[in-house]
Design a protein around this ligand. Structure first.
Ligand code: ADP
Ligand code: MG
Length: 273
């Protein structure tokens, strides 16, 4: 067994990639579960109106559930929306509901609209210490994603090992630099995770090699394989760790969690990438 010590400041990750379907939510949920299993206290913030992370963690997120929408728009204290996932007492989730779809527009007229999540989270974390906060973002650069970027200290980019993987990445890096310059100088691209890797294709290997060549510091050694078990788990309201803990996907996410925990926040020092 691996022991990892957790102490001090929470590490706040935003899982970002402006492409949809690249594994943001899957990575959020499974890393969170794997980190919780290691003994870390983990809070998932579901910032996607689709609510897929809330579904996968089996937390209530019907239309009338108190949610991240109420925190961002109605000033509800963050602690009032946090639920515990049945998966682990260490695994908490701030759910999203369908109302969040309107928040993109409603945020525009709010005071400190880029910092609403950051402020609410800071207050909450003072009383409820966490080792990791992982924010699942929608696939667009709107105010929700900007709120995630200002609340976070680290960006985690999941990259699908397919042909167009690198397309759009320079735009994402540009956005991160813009956020660093204007809104959050503490933000760093600390972690890249290769996902949906199909070892049978030469293309997947080529994409992986290319990403590693560009980002030698950030890319984790662990690679998440394409696996049916990973894609099935959410329909059972579970992470793959809980759904099939001995599957290749579960093992890979556990390895990724250990790497992230062992690297520590210092890996986030290489800013700008
Ligand atoms: P995003 O949040 O970036 O839109 P998702 O995490 O929802 O992406 O993943 C998109 C789809 O791909 C989902 O149906 C998910 O179950 C599936 N998927 C994600 N990772 C894997 C994997 N390693 N193996 C197989 N299917 C995966
Ligand atoms: Mg998603």
């Amino acid at each position: 067994t691996i022991t990892v010590e957790f102490d001090g400041e929470p590490r706040i990750f935003t899982v970002s990639n402006q492409k949809g379907g690249v594994g943001k939510t899957t990575t959020t949920v499974n890393l969170a579960s794997a980190l919780a299993e290691l003994g870390a206290r983990v809070l998932v913030v579901d910032l996607d109106p689709q609510g897929n992370a809330s579904t996968a963690l089996s937390v209530e997120h019907t239309a009338d559930t108190a949610s991240i929408y109420d925190v961002l728009i109605n000033d509800l204290p963050f602690g009032d929306i946090v639920q515990q996932s049945p998966e682990s007492p260490n695994l908490l989730c701030a759910p999203s509901t369908i109302h969040l779809a309107g928040a993109e527009i409603e945020l525009v007229s709010q005071v400190a609209r880029e910092f609403r999540l950051r402020r609410a989270l800071e207050t909450y974390l003072q009383e409820h210490p966490a080792d990791f906060v992982i924010i699942d973002c929608p696939p667009s650069l709107g105010l929700l994603t900007i709120n995630a970027f200002t609340a976070a200290s680290e960006v985690l980019i999941p990259i699908q090992c397919e042909y167009y993987a690198l397309e759009g990445l320079s735009q994402l890096l540009g956005n991160i630099q813009m956020i660093q310059k204007h809104l959050n100088p503490e933000l760093a691209l600390s972690t890249i995770l290769l996902t949906m890797y199909d070892a049978r294709t030469r293309l997947a290997q080529q994409v992986a090699d290319e990403v590693r060549a560009h980002f030698p510091q950030q890319v984790l050694d662990a690679v998440i394989p394409r696996s049916v078990r990973v894609s099935e788990a959410p329909s059972f309201g579970q992470s793959v760790i809980a759904y099939d803990g001995t599957s290749a996907g579960a093992i890979a996410y556990r390895e990724a969690a250990v790497e992230i925990a062992q690297r520590g926040p210092q890996s986030a020092q290489n800013k700008g990438a």
